[in-house]
Write a protein that binds this ligand. Sequence first.
Ligand code: ARG
Length: 461
Amino acid sequence: NEGALWGGRFAGGPADALAALSRSTHFDWRLAPYDIAGSRAHARVLHTAGLLSGEELEGMLAALDQLEADVRSGAYTPAPSDEDVHGSLEKGLIERAGPELGGKLRAGRSRNDQIATLGRMYLRDHAAIIARNVLDVVQALLDQAKAHPEAPMPGRTHLQHAQPVLLSHHLLAHAWAMLRDVQRLVDWDARAAVSPYGSGALAGSSLGLDPAAVAAELGFDSAVHNSIDGTASRDVYAEFSWITAMIAVDMSRISEEITTWATKEFSFVTLDDAFSTGSSIMPQKKNPDIAELARGKAGRLIGDLTGLLATLKGLPLAYNRDLQEDKEPVFDAIDQLEVLLPAVAGMIGTLVFNTQCMAELAPQGFALATDVAEWLVRQGVPFRDAHEIAGDAVRVCEQRGIELWDLSDADFAQISAHLHPGVREVLTVEGSLASRSAQGGTAPSAVAAQIGELERQVAEV
Ligand code: ARG
């Protein structure tokens, strides 16, 4: 079998059951362009080390170019008997370069250092794509925030009305978390930018090949300092997997809110037709499927992460075949996010907010009680007492089925002598919002500053 990279010491071929279990081309073939790039770099260091003549190098590179073109066009695909991407591509190389020259490329490298390197290359490229996709969601949130700079909404804790906040402030809270995810991908890349190529099977190469030259050609910052670490570690994959799971969780959290906001009971948002779905039986339905799929996929990506960690747990050094299971979880996370994120960006960007309904609800449920307490503090009342007094006012209102601003001056005076009519200045949503003007607060001025800072950090990543 020409697609096998081993066989000399075996009397016969592998059992069908083994071959079926062992085969990974159905998921590792996406690494083929990276494998070929690695082969080019490897051919060059073989030449530098005197193991390939100038002519042989040229022949090798030409055959690799041909192979790459055939892989890209689909003219060359793995055969069912090929074990993995590496074996299949070596077979393809030999078909193009001949057995004499094609058989020289494997010197000084192992599938163990190859796969560790190719995986990092693939993850780095897709980390950049995912980062851009997340930034598109951040931008959609920024655009919505800027379109509604002063629209109030009920701010909640425990899902109960807590204090009024600006819709823009609330939306940007999601944006900051997502921006940190992007920053995490950037930080992660510094650790991923180290090439395992040259580690060989586990102990390094005896052939005088320069790992730093391969690393540079493949776009890495440097080569690993420990060949065992280079072939056996997958923490870089696990960290990537955690970041992608976190991205999915962040998408899921805003999706949960959008799902709630789109209910008849909330009626905070209307979903755009292009980003919602209908029902096969109920003609009136307009469903937030993107948001629900985001929630669902978050569960799936958490599974990818925990599956990968479970694979790594208990593995001795160095390479073990268990590590073949490292790829599908991270590939799955990438595939899912790359279809999910553009849909989430579109859904958020096209949301229509019912700002009137949100504004009406913003002060309800005694959401201005904290403002009353803080107003009392500014009158010199200790907060402990102020909290009690404002609580008394809420109790009176609750008994009468009214809101705080419905109390008369006499009602206020009866609750506490400190509650003179001046308290009415904070019994409006506008007054409440405007008072929270320190950095990070929900006052329009603070949110405007926040938008400036967020845009600065977005431009910087
Ligand atoms: N297909 C293998 C993987 O994904 C490549 C490395 C195989 N190495 C080995 N010694 N069998 O991990």
